[in-house]
Design a protein around this ligand. Structure first.
Ligand code: IPE
Ligand code: IPE
Ligand code: MG
Length: 239
């Protein structure tokens, strides 16, 4: 891989907001709020670097099992942040799209998401996929249901075909996945799409994940050799 190749698509599991707050004797909400500040900063940095796609894991299907008050706080924060970022998306040619099971979201939130998606649909500079009420297995189940409902003959099913039925249809697979907070697991994020993603795990909690560390992570990505199962011939400088 060329030394200066930047990832086209970065996925981030933004974890550790609760622990960041608890360590300071603050309510978990404060960690989520501080996390939003980092989201703004990372979007801006990705935009300036010319990254094409950024997928941010904000809330998993499993997270619905959290106490109701935390769930409401996160949804409200998401709503307000989306509204606040909308003019920036318009001004900077950023497309916003949601991935996840919309049926579980409130009508208010769905309306806002639809509006933001519609008004940014033709923006080209950067696409932000926000994973909200998202889980990789759930996404696959919904895709399989759509395929069966369309009565598609089995011989038509192949990998690219399946990709077209996922929430991420049309977006290239992630090259690089970052997870903050020290946990080294995928927690149901982009299961199908991350087949050949490079992983980066950092103990830094999400509210402390600065743009400097983001750049450091990308720098590390640039030192990796992605082989996709092939063998690299150093003499020929090619696969
Ligand atoms: C990530 O932070 C945000 C969400 C999952 C919504 P957490 O809330 O999981 O924070 P920790 O992992 O408990 O510290
Ligand atoms: C993963 O974090 C989901 C998001 C960051 C939105 P969790 O905190 O829910 O994951 P686990 O429970 O530690 O695996
Ligand atoms: Mg967590």
């Amino acid at each position: 891989m060329g030394k200066r190749t930047i990832p086209r698509h970065i996925g981030i599991i933004m974890d550790g907001n609760g622990r960041w707050a608890e360590m300071r004797g603050l309510p978990r909400l404060e960690g989520h709020k501080r996390g939003v500040a980092r989201v703004r900063e990372i979007i801006e940095t990705a935009y300036k670097m010319g990254i094409e796609a950024l997928t941010l894991y904000a809330f998993s299907i499993e997270n619905w099992q959290r106490p109701q008050d935390e769930v409401s706080i996160i949804m409200d924060l998401f709503h307000d942040t989306l509204l606040e970022q909308h003019p920036i998306f318009i001004e900077k040619d950023i497309r916003f799209k949601l991935i996840g099971d919309r049926k579980r979201l409130s009508v208010d939130l769905i309306n806002l998401i639809d509006f933001i998606e519609r008004t940014t649909a033709n923006n080209r500079k950067l696409v932000i996929q926000c994973a909200l009420s998202y889980s990789g297995r759930d996404e696959l189940v919904r895709a399989i249901r759509k395929i069966i409902d369309l009565k598609i003959p089995s011989q038509n099913i192949h990998e690219d075909f399946i990709s077209q039925f996922l929430d991420t249809a049309g977006i290239p697979d992630p090259d690089f996945l970052i997870r903050t907070s020290g946990e080294q697991r995928i927690s149901n994020f982009l299961l199908w799409q991350s087949a050949y993603a490079e992983f980066y795990f950092t103990p830094t909690l999400w509210p402390d994940f600065t743009k400097e560390e983001f750049l450091e992570a990308i720098y590390e990505y640039q030192s990796r050799e992605r082989r996709f199962g092939k063998i690299y011939n150093r003499a020929l400088n090619a696969f």
